[in-house]
Design a binder for this molecule. Structure first.
Ligand code: FDP
Length: 297
C-alpha cells in the first residue's frame, strides 16, 4: 500500500497533508545530502555550528509544510523563532538529526511532532509524530495515536514512492541492545551502574550517534537509548519539543516508555522552544527500572 492511500484511510486530513508534504521534502533532502556537507559560519539557537545541509533541510521542510495550508506554525531546532503559517496544527521539527555524522557517513534522520496549541507545549498535546531515516533505506516511521507504521521509499521509473513496510510495530519482548550518549565518566553514577547491569544481562552496545538511528534499532531489537543526565549538564542534550517528546509518543504507541529519569517525557511542559532534558527511551520495563535507579540515587 502506498503512503497516500494509507493516509487517506488512517489519518486526520491535516496530519495526512503534512505527512505527505514531509515525505516529498525528505526525498529532496536525501538527494542533496552528498552535495551540501560543508560548514557554514552560522550557529543554531542551541549554539551548535550549522552545516549547509542543516539550513537546506530546514528551508525545504518549512516551505513544504507551510504550503499545505495545514500548519499553524513551524518551529525548528535550526530557527530562533517559529515560522508562522495559516493552518491549525503546530509542527516542531529537527530537520536534520545527527548532522555531526554527515562527514562520517553514519545514518541521519529528521523528526517531526504535530502538536495542538501554541508552541512550546507538553508532549500530551501531540496529535502524532514521525521520523525519517536517511540510512541504507529512506524510511518514514509514524504514529497518529493508533499504532506505529513504517514506509520505505522505492524507485518506480523516475519517481520515488513510499510503500508500506510494516504495520503495528512493537518493541520486541526480549531487549537486545542499548546506546548511551555523552562520555561514561560524565554520566551520573546510577546510569553507569544501570549500564553494568544491562551488560550482565547480555545486552550489547550499539551506538551510531544519531538519535533517530539509535532509537530506530531499539525499536527493531528492543532495549534502551539514552542521552542521560550528565554531572555537568543536568538537563542532558536532547531537545524536548523537537526530539524527545515526538519519539517518546511514538515509542509508547509501540509498547515502550520514555522518561527524563523521574517522570514521563510526555509530561514535561518546556517553557522554551530549545529546552532540553535527560532522555531514556525504549523498552518499558528497562526504562522503569532505570527511573527507579535514578530516583533512588
Ligand atoms: P547532533 O548533535 O549530531 O545533531 O540532536 C543531537 C544529536 O546529534 C543526537 O542526534 C545524538 O544522539 C546526540 O546529539 C549525540 O551527541 P554526542 O555527540 O554528545 O554523543
Amino acid at each position: 500500500m502506498k503512503l497516500d492511500e494509507f493516509l487517506r484511510l488512517n489519518a486526520p486530513e491535516e496530519l495526512a497533508a503534512l505527512t505527505l508534504a514531509i515525505s516529498k521534502a525528505s526525498i529532496t533532502v536525501w538527494d542533496n545530502i552528498p552535495f551540501k556537507s560543508g560548514l557554514l559560519a552560522g550557529v543554531n539557537p542551541s549554539g551548535e555550528t550549522q552545516k549547509a545541509i542543516d539550513v537546506f533541510s530546514n528551508d525545504v521542510f518549512v516551505e513544504t509544510l507551510a504550503a499545505t495550508g495545514c500548519a499553524a506554525e513551524v518551529a525548528s531546532e535550526e530557527m530562533a523563532e517559529p515560522a508562522e503559517a495559516k493552518g491549525t496544527v503546530s509542527v516542531a521539527m529537527d530537520p536534520l538529526d545527527g548532522s555531526s555524522n554527515v562527514e562520517t557517513n553514519n545514518p541521519l534522520g529528521s523528526i517531526f511532532g504535530f502538536y495542538s496549541g501554541k508552541l512550546p507545549t507538553s508532549g500530551r498535546n501531540l496529535l502524532g509524530s514521525l521520523y525519517v531515516t536517511y540510512g541504507s533505506m529512506l524510511t518514514i516511521t509514524l504514529s497518529f495515536g493508533k499504532g506505529v507504521h513504517r514506509f520505505v521509499a522505492v524507485r518506480e521509473g523516475a519517481a520515488m514512492n513510499f510503500e508500506l513496510l510494516g504495520v503495528n510495530l512493537r518493541l520486541p519482548e526480549k531487549p537486545e541492545v542499548y546506546g548511551i550518549g555523552g562520555s561514561r565518566r560524565d554520566w551520573i553514577p546510577p546510569v553507569g551502574r544501570f549500564v553494568d547491569s544491562l551488560e550482565e544481562r547480555g545486552l550489547r552496545v550499539r551506538y551510531c550517534g544519531t538519535f533517530v538511528g539509535d532509537y530506530n534499532q531499539v525499536l527493531s531489537r528492543g532495549g534502551m537509548f539514552a542521552y542521560p543526565q550528565l554531572a555537568k549538564k543536568p538537563k542532558g542534550k536532547l531537545r524536548i519539543l523537537f526530539e524527545t517528546a515526538p519519539i517518546a509518543f511514538l515509542n509508547e504507541q509501540a509498547g515502550g516508555y520514555g522518561s527524563d529519569g523521574r517522570q514521563n517525557l510526555l509530561d514535561i511542559a518546556p517553557s522554551e522552544l530549545s529546552e532540553t532534558s535527560p532522555a531514556y527511551i525504549g523498552s518499558a520495563q528497562l526504562v522503569r527500572e532505570l527511573e527507579k535507579a535514578v530516583t533512588e540515587g
